[in-house]
Design a protein around this ligand. Structure first.
Ligand SMILES: [Zn+2]
Ligand SMILES: [Zn+2]
Length: 110
């Protein structure tokens, strides 16, 4: 009689287990980070301002962008803005709490 092939189910499960939790948090983090990313610097917004076309950018990114473009166009859709863009307070709060959470996660991981 030949010995039956043993499927290493236990081994597979053990290898999979530690990934489940971290990949879940990773996908959640990357998703919200994407939502909070400035299209100019690809970083989480710092002092985001909102244009009349409803696109948002860091205050400094927009200033830098407009320095070379006196037409004051939106970096994404090229719509021309006439007024000074107001601060996007809701987005600023979102970014701040996101960064805080990220920092906390980073220090916990250490
Ligand atoms: Zn930016
Ligand atoms: Zn725009």
């Amino acid at each position: 009689m030949r010995e039956k092939w043993k499927t290493p189910t236990l081994l597979l499960q053990a290898a999979d287990a530690p990934h489940t939790e971290s990949s879940l948090t990773d996908s959640m983090a990357s998703r919200s980070e994407e939502d909070l990313c400035c299209p100019v610097c690809q970083e989480v917004f710092r002092d985001p301002v909102i244009l009349s076309c409803s696109h948002s950018f860091c205050k400094d990114c927009l200033k830098r962008w407009w320095r070379e473009r006196p037409t004051h166009e939106c970096p994404v859709c090229k719509e021309i803005s006439v007024n000074d863009p107001p601060l996007n307070r809701a987005l600023k709060n979102l970014c701040e709490s996101f960064l805080q959470e990220r920092d906390q996660r980073a220090s916990e991981a250490l």
